[in-house]
Design a protein around this ligand. Structure first.
Ligand code: LMR
Length: 404
């Protein structure tokens, strides 16, 4: 059953709005009242009318906070989550959507569409522009919203601008989210944004923070499958090492195709090194060139995949990529970075880093480069992590996949 504060056109903009309340207050069909935003907040699930048989075995509701909720990525992702695709058919969800002053009306449009889908598992949609309200008691925080790099901006400017946003969101999570909240950072530069967020949320376990590299893993799987002439599902054990930038290392050395070593199936080292690798590193940029905007649907699918990977036991012998804290990692990567590595999960939301992958000279050299890049990024934002005095040297060739 939903509860919450009422909403009207004169409601202070930072108030968290819950849709059931509007229904209770007005009890009118969508669009009947002239001031009502059509259809928003009017769909109510009345607990007394519930089909007990259907809901008896449902798990307790979980709260999923999403920033950038009126954006293109969220526009694909929210519907996947609300449909039950991510957490399963017995997991009711509350969606808590974080927008900005500029996007708050659009956010109402998103809520309208969510309602119109009649998803039984969607029990609440709450809207707001104040992270401290939206993140309250969150079980998951999907941090998608970030500003893109504008004309004439240095990479350092982007780190600074988005870093400030993620420091604020980290503080808000620290104050109001569940201590067990899982945080998935998507807004670029996502590895360093995740690090900043983590540093500002000391109440949360550092191992609960992820930056999204599942998109790069999916891209790599697709290209390997196409080259080998097999279906995607046959490709496994693909690791993306490092930063979600053009220094990332898609690992074909340890990848498998149909259970065989990828390098045995694709016996073309030149292609793997000189075509496949840069194609994955720069695929986001190529897509922007063709499509005129950043990847959205495939990013949303990969966020759903990344979440499912944490709440479903990983297949025996396989792993997935996620950028996680390097503390205590078995590959000698500098501690205190958010770095993409091979992970496995028991399906309880946590993960372990998979040990024992073969790191040959080719991989080692490239992994080092990505590590240096992330170390430099950390120096540039250290003041946002409570450390003063570090120097900021941004390497010239450090680009987001979208910057080409
Ligand atoms: C992607 O990989 O598609 C995006 O991260 C690109 C971008 O810079 O938005």
């Amino acid at each position: 059953m939903m509860m919450g504060k009422t909403c009207s056109k004169t409601t202070p903009s930072n108030l968290l709005v819950k849709r059931g309340e509007r229904q209770k207050a007005r009890n009118t069909p969508a669009g009947k009242e002239t001031n009502a935003p059509l259809g928003v907040f009017v769909l109510e699930y009345d607990a007394s009318n519930e089909d007990i048989e259907k809901t008896r075995n449902w798990k307790p509701i979980i709260k999923i906070a999403v920033s950038g909720a009126a954006g293109m990525i969220s526009n694909h992702l929210l519907f996947k989550i609300a449909s039950g695709e991510v957490f399963g058919p017995d997991q009711p969800v509350a969606l808590r959507l974080l927008g900005s002053e500029r996007s708050q009306v659009a956010l109402e449009g998103v809520a309208m569409e969510l309602e119109d889908c009649l998803f039984p598992l969607l029990r609440e949609v709450d809207l707001g522009i104040d992270a401290k309200k939206v993140f309250e008691d969150a079980d998951w925080a999907l941090l998608i919203g970030a500003k893109p790099r504008g004309p004439g901006m240095e990479r350092g400017d982007l780190l600074e601008m988005n870093g400030g946003l993620f420091a604020e969101q980290g503080k808000a999570l620290n104050e109001v989210a569940k201590k067990t909240c899982k945080v998935m950072v998507v807004g670029n530069p996502c590895n360093t944004n995740a690090l900043i967020c983590m540093a500002n949320a000391p109440n949360l376990d550092r191992r609960n923070f992820h930056a999204l590299t599942r998109l790069d893993e999916n891209r790599a799987k697709c290209q390997l499958a196409l080259k080998a002439g097999v279906f995607y599902e046959t490709v496994s054990n693909v690791t993306i090492w490092g930063n979600h930038s053009t220094t990332q290392v898609p690992d074909f050395v340890n990848a498998k195709i149909g259970g065989e070593r990828c390098t045995d199936v694709i016996d073309d080292q030149t292609w793997l090194e000189n075509d496949f690798t840069p194609a994955i590193q720069t695929r986001g940029g190529l897509l922007i060139k063709k499509w005129g905007r950043s990847s959205a649907a495939s990013t949303a699918v990969s966020i759903a995949d990344a979440m499912k990977a944490l709440v479903t036991p990983t297949k025996e012998g396989d792993w997935f990529s996620s950028a996680v804290i390097t503390d205590g990692n078995p590959y000698g990567i500098e501690e205190g970075l958010v770095f993409s590595m091979p992970c496995r999960s028991k399906g309880d939301g946590s993960y372990e880093i998979v040990e024992g992958l073969k790191i040959n000279d080719w991989l080692r050299e490239r992994i080092k480069k990505s590590e240096e890049e992330l170390s430099n990024e950390r120096s540039c934002v250290s003041h946002l992590m409570g450390v003063e005095g570090a120097s900021c040297v941004i390497l010239e060739d450090t680009l987001l996949p979208g910057e080409m």
